[in-house]
Design a protein around this ligand. Structure first.
Ligand code: SF4
Ligand code: SF4
Length: 484
């Protein structure tokens, strides 16, 4: 390990070669699929089907429950077995309302919208169509793609950044996607350019993915679209962080507390671009995704194209089962992943990787020691924060100081943890404090919006009253002038 240059970050052993030696293949079908209604950012989706109802592959089974929400489609033909709370990897310790689909094995397909040339649609029509495909950000944030496009559309000089910088150790699903489906990524980029009325697109990848780079270069050349270019960034974790990547590619900073749209940029994952291509070109809504199954605790480490709702246990079985060395199950990568209590949970839209880790893969954290003020954490932090100070204020639950020291700009990358000689779980502490600070910031925003509304109302009432008094005075003057 070595820290990178001035923006922090770490050079980590990526362990990606373990899962990229075999070609991508489809996961084996399973008898039951479990589809949580809240597997995207925003409001949960609302069921359109009832238990016992027959459904087809690609049929919408739930509709958006709010402005920021997403459609959900059945990954197979079969019957709605139940709509009930089920455990899910994004709601640990609780259950979440899910549609359970019994697979009939016939794979009968729902007739989706007929494909039409995307560039003959108006951008807003195309964005609405993208929403109908249930497309969300597949880099992990699962924010509804159409909502992201809508918030940026119409801005002058908006530019598109397709994120293929898959920086977290162990995860290789984007690398395999770019190697094997580069044309989908490029087609999706062209659709997204039209949906945004944008003029330029950069596809960014790390400099240690030569096969993906070659495949993308060929696909871009075949597309004859000069708006799209490929750029490489150094493979330094977390190069694929949205704000870090924007700075590396465009040399601009997303302001503290701001969004990529503040610097005229829409950043979407390569998997999201490929999902857009499958929907717009082939009428295939988002019902599957590529998942990396890796770690010393599983027999065959590889990438599979997996139907959403497939139990994690079935994926492990599909890869030969557990080895005797398996000690921890993680969803995500080794730096930001989430430890799972068991494998009886479904693959959701956010599932990019499952690590069946042995003690050799991920060593248990040693006992926490007091901070020795070495400053390693500040050097490693890619968000240019002061984790040591944040840690003090997190312990003291001092929200004012946490706000001042930029807690909400922490991307929870774990670089500070990794270099801390005192084994302090810094990122975990910061993650735990964020909801309280977010609540306070939201309350302040609401209070200030209420004050603005109150002041506007008072000004309007004052104006109406002065107009009324002026009209009254005028009338009195007119009456006074009239001969009696
Ligand atoms: S977890 Fe937060 S504070 Fe720690 S290095 Fe990452 S961005 Fe910085
Ligand atoms: S790396 Fe750990 S010990 Fe060093 S200053 Fe940061 S919190 Fe303290």
């Amino acid at each position: 390990m070595a820290t990178s240059g001035t923006r922090g970050g770490l050079r980590l052993n990526a362990h990606k070669e373990r899962s990229t030696t075999q070609a991508l293949r489809a996961a084996s079908p399973v008898e039951k699929l479990v589809l949580p209604l809240d597997q995207h950012a925003g409001a949960p989706a609302v069921p359109l089907v009832k238990p016992g109802e027959r459904i087809l592959r690609g049929q919408p089974i739930a509709q958006p429950g709010g402005t920021v929400s997403a459609w959900l489609h059945s990954p197979t033909s079969g019957t709605v077995a139940a709509i009930e709370p089920r455990p899910a990897p994004h709601r640990l310790g609780a259950s979440t309302l899910s549609i359970v689909v019994a697979n009939d094995g016939r794979d009968e397909r729902h007739a989706g919208p007929a494909p039409s040339p995307f560039d003959q649609l108006a951008p807003e029509q195309l964005r609405e169509l993208i929403a109908r495909g249930g497309i969300v950000g597949l880099g992990g944030a699962v924010f509804p793609t159409a909502a992201k496009l809508n918030s940026a559309a119409g801005a002058a000089d908006v530019r598109l950044l397709i994120n293929g910088a898959e920086c977290e150790p162990y995860i290789s699903c984007d690398d395999m996607l770019m190697r094997e489906r580069a044309r989908d990524v490029v087609f999706g980029a062209r659709v997204l350019l039209h949906a945004l009325a944008a003029k330029t697109c950069v596809i960014a990848i790390e400099d240690d993915t030569p096969q993906a780079a070659a495949a993308l270069e060929a696909a871009i050349a075949d597309a004859h679209d000069e708006r799209i270019q490929l750029r490489r960034v150094p493979s330094i974790y977390p190069a694929g962080g949205e704000k870090q990547l924007i700075t590396a590619i465009f040399d601009v900073e997303v302001p503290s507390g701001g969004l990529p749209a503040d610097v005229n940029t829409v950043c979407l994952n390569v998997g999201t671009a490929a999902a857009v291509a499958s929907w717009i070109r082939d009428s295939q809504p988002l019902t599957s995704r590529i998942v990396t199954i890796t770690g010393d605790g599983v027999l065959e480490q590889r990438n599979l194209d997996v139907a959403l709702g497939t139990p994690l246990a079935a994926l492990i079985y599909d890869c030969g089962g557990y080895t005797g060395r398996m000690s921890r199950l993680i969803m995500g990568g080794s730096m930001m992943g989430q430890a799972l209590p068991h494998d009886d949970m479904p693959v959701i839209k956010a599932t990019n990787c499952v690590i069946a880790a042995s003690a050799l893969d991920l060593q248990p954290r040693a006992a926490e020691m007091p901070c020795i003020r070495c400053g390693n954490c500040a050097v490693a932090c890619p968000a240019i924060l002061l984790p040591q100070q944040l840690h003090w204020y997190a312990k003291a639950r001092d929200l004012d100081a946490l706000e001042t020291y930029g807690l909400m700009d922490c991307i929870e990358c774990g670089c500070c943890d990794y270099v801390c000689p005192s084994q302090i779980p810094l990122a975990e502490r910061f993650r735990d404090m964020k909801p309280a600070l977010a609540e306070r910031l939201a309350a302040r925003t609401n209070a200030s919006a209420a004050r603005v509304r109150f002041e506007a109302r008072s000004a309007r009432l004052e104006r109406i009253e002065s107009e009324r008094l002026a009209a009254l005075a005028k009338k009195r003057q007119e009456l006074a002038k009239k001969p009696s």
